[in-house]
Design a protein around this ligand. Structure first.
Ligand code: IMP
Length: 427
């Protein structure tokens, strides 16, 4: 087994960073295949906290090579700032980073339009990082790829078309109108630094796989934010599901050996859109405080609620999960009973499948499972857990029908119960 996709099984923020960090320990290459600076990983570099948005969490391992795939949208300034910050803290990045020249660049005026559109009843509650505009410009074939920006001769015509498209949009929302000269002056010094790292991400990954190296594809966001399979229109603009690893990198599905899904022991969501198991009022507040549920990119408080098993079964299906990690089990300590959504009711009919297009109308049906009071952060095996916590994990495994390979009981990498090898199919 050499290639594994690590994917969020909920609405993002499942704790992928910690799990990728553990898995990446055994990886030669870590690849990001979609999304952009909307993601956020909080990393510890030489004891200091650093948040990365574009570089995968695998960058923490000094000998791991990193690849940013064609499916990403990359704000060159955010990227360069991240590289410089990590290098300033003693972690060299440039010599081991390949950035697809096909990835699309996010320009400041695309981010400005994203923020301006983030109001009103149909607002998505985006991260304001220009993700939607950059992907829609890509689909409309007026986008600018990083490879277009390597020389003024190539950059000028590409930027002209995009700036032209944005003048009217900027006027309409009262944002400053972009100009070609300003845009060129903005990207030129950034691209001077980034250009040496541009390359063919597909080829880099293919070579690693042929050499039988271990490759980890690090998903961003989560399954229910997928443009096609999420809670549209309250989604991000890329394919966050495991299949996105193929299209976003340029490798075929036959090269993927395993798909490792990450779920919290409960649920969170940032931004707007349906969230049937959401807890409002003090119950939601106490879960948020216990789990420190604030967005790494925007600092927004995350909406919190109980675990949604139909949603998790859906994630298992659309990603083809071969194993699951359950994170933040420790946050559930202290409850007498833990409600879990096990099915949905719509018009007096019950279903255990997620009614993904009908979530506003669907009513979650909860079962209650016995809780536990103990602090479980010192547990390193299932036997160290109280019987009710063990039963909670076994219940998830049985109902989702995917083996649980890891249980996280704290933020530290040591605070993990390892039950199986995520690189293998099943335990
Ligand atoms: P966008 O990706 O900035 O366009 O935002 C679209 C939706 O996805 C919003 O609800 C965001 O809050 C959500 N979103 C985007 N990236 C993340 C993430 O990394 N974690 C959680 N939610 C995200």
């Amino acid at each position: 087994m050499t290639a594994i996709v690590v994917v969020g099984a909920q609405w993002g923020d499942e704790g992928k960073g910690k799990i990728v960090d553990l898995v990446a320990e055994r990886a030669d290459v870590v690849v990001r295949y979609g999304g952009g600076a909307n993601a956020g990983h909080t990393l510890k570099v030489n004891g200091q906290k650093v948040v990365t948005h574009l570089l995968p969490s695998g960058v923490l391992h000094p000998s791991t090579r990193c690849v940013l795939g064609a499916g990403m949208v990359i704000d060159p300034k955010v990227l360069l700032d991240e590289i410089l910050e990590l290098e300033g803290r003693g972690l060299s990045v440039r010599g081991r980073l390949t950035i697809s020249s096909r990835a699309h660049a996010t320009m400041p005026f695309q981010a400005a339009i994203d923020r301006a559109a983030n109001a009103g009843p149909r607002a998505i509650g985006t991260t304001g990082r220009g993700i939607g505009p950059t992907y829609s410009d890509k689909s409309a074939r007026v986008g600018v790829r990083l490879g277009d920006l390597v020389s003024a001769a190539r950059a000028k015509p590409a930027i002209e078309a995009l700036v032209e498209a944005y003048r009217a949009r900027a006027r309409a929302v009262g944002a400053p109108e972009p100009t070609v000269d300003e845009a060129l002056a903005y990207v030129e010094p950034l691209m001077r630094e980034i250009q040496p790292m541009l390359g063919d991400a597909s080829l880099a990954v293919d070579r690693a796989l042929r050499a039988n190296e271990r490759v980890v594809f690090e998903g961003a966001q989560g399954t229910l934010l997928d443009l096609d399979h999420g809670t549209y229109p309250f989604v991000t603009s890329s394919n966050t599901v495991a299949g996105g690893a193929c299209t976003g990198t340029g490798i075929g599905p036959t090269r993927i050996d395993a798909v490792f899904g990450i779920t919290k022991a409960y649920c969170t969501r940032v931004g707007h859109g349906p969230f049937p198991t959401e807890l409002h009022g003090p119950a939601g507040d106490s879960l948020r405080e216990a789990g420190e549920e604030y967005g790494a990119t925007t600092g927004r408080p995350r909406r919190c609620g109980w675990l949604d098993l139909p949603a998790l079964r859906y994630a298992a299906r659309v990603n083809g999960l071969t194993a699951l990690a359950v994170t933040k089990l420790d946050i559930l300590s202290g409850y007498d009973e833990i409600p879990v959504c096990t099915k949905y009711r719509i018009d007096d009919a019950h279903t255990s499948e997620l009614p993904v297009d009908d979530l506003e109308r669907a009513e979650p049906v909860f079962e209650r499972f016995p809780g536990w009071k103990e602090n479980i952060s010192k547990a390193r095996t299932l036997d160290d857990l109280p019987a009710t916590a063990r039963a909670y994990i076994a219940m998830i495994e049985a109902r989702v029908e995917v083996n649980i390979a890891m249980v996280s009981v704290g933020a530290d990498r040591a605070e993990t119960i390892v039950l199986g090898d995520p690189f293998a199919r099943g335990r």
